[in-house]
Design a protein around this ligand. Structure first.
Ligand SMILES: [Zn+2]
Ligand SMILES: [Zn+2]
Ligand SMILES: [Zn+2]
Length: 140
């Protein structure tokens, strides 16, 4: 199943309508080869003869991130489609600082450990975000 088809299914199953802006943002993120900013998305949408304002794009991205369909790559300041889709757990990234390639992964043991650390500090963690910056196997 494609990323867009999968996302549409998730949206519907959570009671969200598949509106035109949501569909456009999903299409734009699917096509992108690298993390895209809301500005990039508005340009991609425009190239296809359509228009979405930035507020709408931000709002749609917020929803898609909350559903784990799209992630924000903090070190790149952009958004990417999820590569793991229905894989449970927290989705994390390895980011190559040279070529920009991203690898997404989950690790249950890592989650457990982070939750334990938080618990010792009286904190209940619900989601973990991790990005490792470094060099991918090709750039090393
Ligand atoms: Zn993911
Ligand atoms: Zn690299
Ligand atoms: Zn976690």
């Amino acid at each position: 199943m494609s990323f867009v088809d999968y996302s549409i299914r998730v949206l519907r199953s959570r009671g969200y309508k598949v509106t035109r802006p949501r569909r456009e943002v999903l299409d734009a993120v699917e096509r992108a080869m690298a993390p895209v900013s809301p500005y990039d998305i508005s340009r991609i949408v425009q190239q296809r003869g359509k228009h979405l304002d930035h507020v709408t794009i931000y709002r749609v991205l917020g929803l898609l991130c909350s559903l784990n369909l799209v992630h924000k790559v903090l070190s790149r300041g952009g958004f990417v489609k999820c590569d793991l889709l229905d894989e449970p757990g927290c989705h994390r990234f390895l980011v190559c600082r040279q070529c920009g390639v991203l690898q997404e992964f989950t690790d249950e043991a890592l989650c457990y450990q982070e939750s334990q650390i938080a618990r010792r500090m009286g904190f209940h963690s619900e989601y973990h975000l991790t990005e490792s910056s470094g060099l991918c196997h090709r750039c090393r």
